[in-house]
Design a protein around this ligand. Structure first.
Ligand SMILES: NC(=O)c1ccc[n+]([C@@H]2O[C@H](COP(=O)([O-])OP(=O)(O)OC[C@H]3O[C@@H](n4cnc5c(N)ncnc54)[C@H](OP(=O)(O)O)[C@@H]3O)[C@@H](O)[C@H]2O)c1
Length: 264
């Protein structure tokens, strides 16, 4: 009677290899943090990747570190025409577009929601919500209407709960989660999926990491804060054909914070 498989896990996981060969991805906010990790992981899975954010020099430095076929275009996701121009340039450069990752975001205001001024309210919604809307529209019009693709929206656990000083930012993320569901229903078979990360160690979260990171990490079942690679692995899976029957949903990835109600 057999007692143990000679080679259990490698054979079981071979079929799970994520392969994006032949696909072209465009990642916003790709010069650092989570976006850079997503661009790198997708490139190492075989995709050709266009990295975009506002600063050309930062993009070039990040792209130089990535092993794979990548290029860069500087663009501000809040500019109304930037989605069309960047997606057209990506198709021109790589011949097609299969994956759009709406990752760039900003948070210019910390404080009580009712205390926000109009310029910072507008700025937060322009970058975090109107940007993904217009870039998704451009991707659909210029590529996915003909050849269905995948849109991955990077939201936040803050879009699913209330938090003290992050009310305005969280409103944009709640709306992005809803936009994910809405678009999935409107533009299928293009898949539209969301990711809601907990606290991840990036420049964006530096203040939160400095003030609450140690305590929060100790409260998490998995005992540490998120690394950009954690989010990149999920984004790459969701963008791949392994996730071919997933659309409209947003996936929490937070080291188990939700299990214990851990927050800052
Ligand atoms: N870190 C966390 O704990 C955490 C948790 C939940 C959700 N998230 C979400 O994860 C995403 C990535 O965050 P991150 O922590 O990786 O941030 P990050 O390290 O600050 O990186 C942000 C990226 O977005 C770019 N960017 C900012 N404003 C832009 C604009 N108007 N147009 C184009 N690009 C812009 C930045 O480059 P330039 O400055 O050169 O433009 C940079 O590449 C965001 O959607 C964020 O809301 C983060």
């Amino acid at each position: 009677m057999p007692t143990a498989s000679p080679n259990p896990s490698p054979t079981r996981f071979d079929w799970m290899q994520i392969d994006l060969t032949g696909k072209v991805a465009l990642v916003t906010g790709a010069s650092r943090g989570i976006g850079a990790a997503i661009a790198s992981t997708m490139a190492s899975s075989g995709a050709k990747v266009m990295l975009t954010s506002r600063k050309q020099a930062d993009l070039e430095a990040t792209a130089a570190e990535i092993d794979g076929e990548v290029d860069v275009i500087a663009a501000h996701v809040g500019d109304a025409d930037s989605g069309d121009a960047t997606i057209a340039a990506t198709i021109e450069r790589f011949g097609r577009l299969d994956i759009l990752v709406n990752n760039a975001a900003t948070n210019p205001y910390y404080g009580p929601t009712l205390g926000v001024d109009v310029p910072r309210w507008d700025k937060t919604f322009e970058v975090n919500l109107r940007g993904p809307l217009l870039w998704s529209a451009a991707a659909h019009r210029l590529a996915f209407a003909e050849q269905p693709g995948v849109i991955v929206n990077i939201a936040s656990v803050g879009g699913l709960r209330t938090e003290g000083a992050l009310g305005v930012y969280n409103l944009t993320k709640a709306a992005l989660i809803h936009l994910t569901r809405q678009l999935a229903g409107e533009i299928g078979p293009t898949r539209v999926v969301g990711i809601a990360p907990g606290l991840v160690t990036t420049d964006f979260a530096q203040v939160l990491v400095d003030n609450f990171g140690e305590r929060l990490a100790a409260e998490l079942p998995l005992g540490r804060l998120g690394d950009p690679s954690d989010i990149a692995n999920l984004a790459t899976f969701l963008a791949s054909d392994l996730a071919a029957w997933i659309t409209g949903e947003t996936y929490v990835i937070d080291g188990g914070a939700g299990v214990r109600g851990a927050s800052f």
